[in-house]
Write a protein that binds this ligand. Structure first.
Ligand SMILES: *[C@@H]1O[C@H](CO)[C@@H](O)[C@H](O)[C@H]1NC(C)=O
Ligand SMILES: *[C@@H]1O[C@H](CO)[C@@H](O)[C@H](O)[C@H]1NC(C)=O
Length: 261
């Protein structure tokens, strides 16, 4: 992400410097008025570069969102207080599955009475120090979720999965979803992108294996019925009430499934 951000500012700087260099050519000395105009222009360019390279956090965040597409793992971060209201005690032992799991696990662990583990389904090549330490401690594992998970039945009270399912074909969903339900005792929460949301670019496809397939809500509901996964109505109601109270509107589809008993 930072690589792409860097090349954007470089492109801008190159483009911005071309008229500048030409005007300062020794044979065509600029008049004082032209100099003032150029100075103002230069300040604007500097101001723009400053704001797009970290000067303003909101601008930077918007830029990163634009480049990366919306991530449902960051949506999990926003939804933690609502999940806590809806699930209560069932948040005591949580497994998060999905990209950026180190950030999700770190945030979940800050909650009182919540222990959290993570499965990162893709490479962790840009892991920071905190993430490396979580992997070292075995709190976060890198594992291909197309294969059985290395946990016993009912190991966690709640399993939360974000983004990762969007990269699986129905054939693998048929294996992975029952696995996620198997290791959870009280429920399984799915965060999935809405069709039309921008997702990983071609450059990232080698990491994810295939392009994201963003499915509609009716597709998911039909799929749950087909595969005998049931939504948990009481928790859906609590989640909706807590969302309304805090004016929270999810940027991703959120499904609350029962665990297999
Ligand atoms: C997935 O499982 C359902 C229910 O068992 C079945 O109807 C469907 O054909 C399976 N899909 C694939 C692609 O295997
Ligand atoms: C619905 O979710 C709640 C909260 O996790 C859980 O306690 C309850 O057992 C679930 N209901 C069913 C029928 O699985």
């Amino acid at each position: 992400m930072s690589r792409r951000a860097a090349s954007t500012s470089r492109r801008f700087a190159d483009g911005g410097s071309i008229p500048f260099m030409g005007s300062l050519h020794p044979k065509s000395r600029p008049s004082p008025l032209v100099s003032v105009v150029l100075l103002v222009g230069a300040l604007l360019v500097v101001g723009y570069l400053y704001s797009s390279s970290g000067g303003s956090n909101a601008g930077k965040e918007a830029l990163m969102k634009l480049q990366a597409g919306v991530s449902c793992s960051s949506e999990v971060l926003k939804a933690i207080p609502i999940l806590k209201k809806a699930y209560g005690d069932s948040m005591h032992k949580v497994l998060h599955v999905g990209p950026e799991t180190c950030s999700v696990v770190s945030e979940l662990s800050k909650e009182e009475d919540t222990e959290a583990w993570g499965i990162e389904p893709y490479d962790l090549d840009d892991a920071d120090r905190n993430c490396k330490s979580l992997v070292h401690k075995g709190v976060v594992r890198v594992a291909d979720i197309k294969f059985p998970l290395p946990y016993n039945r009912n190991s966690f009270s709640l399993v939360i999965v974000s983004d990762a399912l969007d990269y699986l074909s129905p054939k693998y969903l048929n294996k992975t979803l029952p696995e996620l339900a198997r290791v959870s005792a009280d429920g399984l929460v799915i965060f999935s992108g809405y069709p039309g949301q921008r997702r990983a670019k071609v450059a990232e496809l080698s990491k994810f294996g295939r392009p994201a397939k963003l499915r509609t809500t009716s597709w998911w509901v039909r799929y749950f019925v087909q595969t005998s996964l049931q939504e948990n109505d009481s928790v859906i109601k609590k989640f909706e009430q807590a969302s309304a109270k805090r004016s929270y509107t999810p940027g991703c589809q959120i499904f609350h499934l029962k665990s297999h008993k």
